[in-house]
Design a protein around this ligand. Structure first.
Ligand code: SF4
Length: 426
């Protein structure tokens, strides 16, 4: 929809999406294990994969590998698959060895990967067989972290979605928060909602199998991350109702996310304002301090973390930035629609990637900041463009009021660094 003067009107929800299906540069879904294993303290992630998968996990996990690890890789070579029956037997033996050594494991995830030998293995059947064998002590589930099927944040979605069919059935009304956030951030959200009188509040994933929430027709849930589309669909199939809202990034996003839940639970305005007034004021002040360098600057998001649309909403509305293009690996309007509604039409909204074409658009636009994957950042920096690694946004606490200033700071730091380098060079 355009105005007579040719200026786009409406919001980004109305903007036709530029869909690209070419070569893409993203990490695979195995990456999610790095944050999921910290969150789920009695879970173990057994990747059925190749040496490449083992290397990815070890280098991404860094020093964690020297701690008592809660993930590992069962490496399948082509020769292992001389017969599929042998591969299943080998997997059963590997799992039995692991579980006898580690009685602390209560949930075991078999995580599929890309190699064709792995794709041929029926991990769903394996998980069912192993659940029967190791019941009631251990529940065995499976999901795919393959780079062919998933971007790096979809690993979490696939993991949580695999848990939903086996959640206990309940009838009572409960609020479920969905997504794996650092404990300190999750505690802030639960505390704000509890102060409003909302409860009981359950979280998926729970820290321990024994705390796993139930689900039923009176469950209402709110996603903490915009990449949990499959999990949301699975919960809906179990009868739960999703609360739709902008995601809790920045002061505005956090307030609207809390407000949507408060409305669902009948919280009055006075209570809402009493609970949120002080943290809102702190968030506004922190954002104002951290975003000075962002005012009037342009930003280009390449598709990577699935956080792009909510972050573009935060940066354009609360930090004074102008978005040129906002790319997401895929766009689920059921989840990010409320964020799109808040952004005036103007930026290109793209889904998927054709990396060379997109790089051409970056070079033509020469944005002040480009958010992209690690592999693209160095070449762009070498061309004089300032970049931000998308993966940092997933590994850093950025949700809710108390982290809003840090979130703005993640984007302003590279811009300030570039300005300093220019000054020194002058
Ligand atoms: Fe590579 Fe695929 Fe293994 Fe990921 S799952 S590390 S993309 S081989």
């Amino acid at each position: 929809m355009n105005t007579p003067a040719g200026i786009p009107s409406g919001t980004c929800r109305d903007t036709p999406v530029l869909k690209e299906r070419g070569q893409r540069e993203v990490f695979c879904g195995l990456t999610g294990i790095i944050w999921l294993h910290r969150k789920m303290q009695d879970a173990f992630f057994l990747v059925i994969g190749s040496r490449t998968c083992a290397h990815l996990l070890q280098s991404a996990a860094g020093v964690m590998i020297f701690a008592e690890p809660r993930f590992g890789t069962a490496i399948l070579e082509e020769t292992d698959l001389a017969g599929m029956a042998d591969a299943h037997e080998e997997l059963d033996r590997e799992v039995a060895r692991l579980l006898s050594r580690r009685p602390d494991i209560k949930q075991l995830f078999l995580v599929g990967s890309c190699p064709s030998e792995v794709i041929k293995l029926d991990l769903t059947r394996a998980a069912e067989r192993l659940t029967v064998e190791h019941a009631p002590h251990v529940r065995v589930l499976n999901y795919s972290g393959s780079g062919i099927e998933t971007t790096f944040t979809q690993g979490e979605d696939a993991c949580l979605a695999s848990m939903v069919p086996v959640l206990p059935s309940i009838d009572q009304r409960e609020l479920m928060l969905v997504g794996a956030l650092p404990d300190v951030v999750e505690d802030q959200a639960v505390s704000l909602l509890t102060q409003m009188g909302i409860g009981p509040i359950r979280v998926l994933p729970a820290p321990r199998a024994s705390d796993t929430p139930g689900v039923g027709p009176n469950t209402v849930f709110a996603c903490l991350q915009p990449f949990l589309g499959d999990t949301a669909a699975a919960l809906t199939r179990r009868g739960a109702t999703m609360i739709s809202a902008p995601f809790p990034f920045g002061e505005e996003g956090t307030t609207l996310w809390l407000r949507a839940i408060a409305d669902e639970f009948g919280v009055d305005d006075e209570t809402f304002d009493r609970v949120t007034a002080a943290p809102r004021a702190r968030a506004r002040k922190a954002i104002a301090n951290a975003s000075a360098a962002l005012q009037g600057k342009t930003i280009f998001f390449m598709p990577d973390s699935q956080l792009e649309i909510p972050l573009a909403r935060f940066l354009t509305r609360e930090c004074g930035m102008e978005a040129i293009e906002v790319g997401q690996p895929f766009i689920h309007k059921g989840l990010v629609g409320p964020d799109l509604d808040l952004m005036p039409a103007g930026p290109t909204i793209s889904e998927g990637q054709d990396v060379d074409k997109q790089l051409d658009r970056v070079r033509a636009a020469r944005p002040d900041l480009t958010v992209c994957g690690l592999g693209l950042a160095n070449p762009l920096e070498a061309e004089g463009l300032t970049t931000k690694w998308a993966i940092e946004l997933v590994f850093t606490p950025v949700h809710f009021y108390e982290q809003a200033g840090d979130l703005a700071g993640l984007f302003s730091r590279p811009i300030r660094r570039r300005a300093l380098l220019k000054l020194e060079a002058a």
